[in-house]
Ligand binder design. Structure first.
Ligand SMILES: *Cc1c(COP(=O)(O)O)cnc(C)c1O
Length: 401
């Protein structure tokens, strides 16, 4: 055996994970109550006591997705599992799907739908702006046989919040199912599944729900379930088949795959915290802290990427100032202040920094800490700032909203 073989590698005695302040695009901070919930005893996936907890999770998800009769459950896997479950369950090979794209995650939908064998109509609009409904309207005229329209509600790559009412109405007028990525929006800004007539929406536990990564909470309309149950061919993914998963989360409650018990308990606690805070209070908290962060970043002379009326509270991308080393600043935030922020994705790689204030990470003290850290780091990398200006601007905003 060589010295570098895995079996020869030393294993440190105590597991030690540094205490980071997670201000990137996820994972975000986890509430200690959630970590406690994960330390409960192990239990069987059909134990009557566990079934009660599954019912709690379904009910709480109904509240958070704001739906009365959609099936609500948590898929095993991260947000991308929710995306893949939707595309592979709702589309058969040859079905037409229109994907509305104005950022990185829209492109991921195209990749997945193509693998499913669907006829993919990819509508690409400018990154950093909202997707224009007129583009969808034209595409629907050209593709009358469309089965599904898919879009991202909160584009984490560009910090844009997409209005969904017009998109939903257009999809419905053309008899298409409507799928919404709510990975970064659920628990962070308003998402009204019933009111916006959505057929399928999915999220992730690690963004605005205050839990570790590992589950994808989803809501499926009865119309979507009926469509899946009347398919001619079974979904290409067995594991992510939404109807098979629904048969475990709901009657007849049969075994499909082993439920990740500790993660489900974590989600139950995370959702209880969301409901205790209240959705409206939670959305207001995200808006207030984001406003303070933007004021601080602007006081540093930085420009927020999306225009004012399109901004998402959970993620604030700013253009990296000319001549400043992207990686160096992020590395120093991490090593000197324990702060993680996000880098740019896709065409924004090397061009933007993304500050996430999601769920448990949306706190005034984190806003002030990160701005203060930037005020200290930036002058040492050749970008002069007035000491105290950013923190002062953020404090003023916090005092006024
Ligand atoms: C993070 C994210 C995803 C992917 O989720 P994973 O949990 O990383 O699989 C999908 N869509 C959006 C909008 C996201 O922000």
């Amino acid at each position: 055996m060589t010295e570098s073989s895995p079996s020869a590698a030393p294993v440190s005695e105590v597991l030690s994970v540094p205490e980071r302040v997670l201000l990137g695009p996820g994972p975000s901070m986890v509430n200690p109550r959630v970590l406690q919930a994960m330390m409960q005893n192990m239990i069987g996936y059909l134990d009557p006591d566990y079934v009660l907890m599954l019912e709690d999770v379904s009910g709480l998800l109904g509240d958070v997705f704001q739906t009365g009769d959609a099936a609500t459950m948590a898929l095993s896997g991260t947000g991308s599992a929710g995306m893949e479950a939707g595309l592979s369950s709702l589309l058969e090979p040859g079905d037409t799907v229109i994907v509305c794209i104005c950022g990185f995650f829209g492109e991921r939908m195209v990749d997945m739908a193509t693998r499913v064998g669907a006829n993919v109509v990819a509508l690409r609009s400018e990154w950093g702006k909202t997707f224009p409904p007129e583009m969808l309207s034209d595409a629907l005229e050209e593709n009358p046989d469309v089965k599904l329209v898919a879009i991202i509600h909160a584009e984490t790559s560009t910090g844009v919040r997409q209005p969904l009412e017009d998109i939903s109405r257009l999809a419905r007028e053309h008899g298409a199912l409507f799928m919404v990525d709510a990975v970064t929006s659920l628990g962070g800004n308003n998402l009204s599944f019933d009111e916006w007539d959505i057929d399928y929406s999915y999220s992730a536990t690690q963004k605005c729900l205050g839990c570790p990564p590992g589950l994808s909470p989803v809501a499926v309309s009865q119309r979507a379930l009926d469509s899946i149950r009347s398919r001619e061919t079974p979904p290409t993914s067995w594991y992510l088949d939404l109807s098979l998963n629904a048969n475990y989360w709901y009657s007849p409650r049969v075994y499909h795959h082993t439920s990740p018990v500790s993660m489900v308990l974590a989600l139950r606690e995370g959702l209880r915290i969301v409901v205790e805070e209240g959705l409206e209070n939670r959305f207001a908290r995200h808006e207030r802290n984001a406003a303070a962060l933007r004021a601080g970043l602007e006081a540093l002379g930085m420009e927020v990427v999306p225009p004012e009326d399109a901004r998402l509270a959970q993620v604030t991308p700013v253009w990296i100032p000319e001549g400043v080393d992207d990686a160096e600043v992020r590395a120093r935030l991490l090593s000197e202040y324990n702060i993680e922020i996000g880098k740019g994705l896709g065409q924004f790689d090397g061009k933007v920094w993304r500050f996430g204030l999601m769920g448990e990470s949306s706190r005034a003290d984190y806003v002030l800490l990160s701005l203060s850290a930037l005020e200290n780091i930036l002058p040492t990398v050749g970008y002069e700032v007035a000491p105290g200006a950013a923190v002062s601007a953020a404090s003023k905003t916090l005092a006024s909203v």
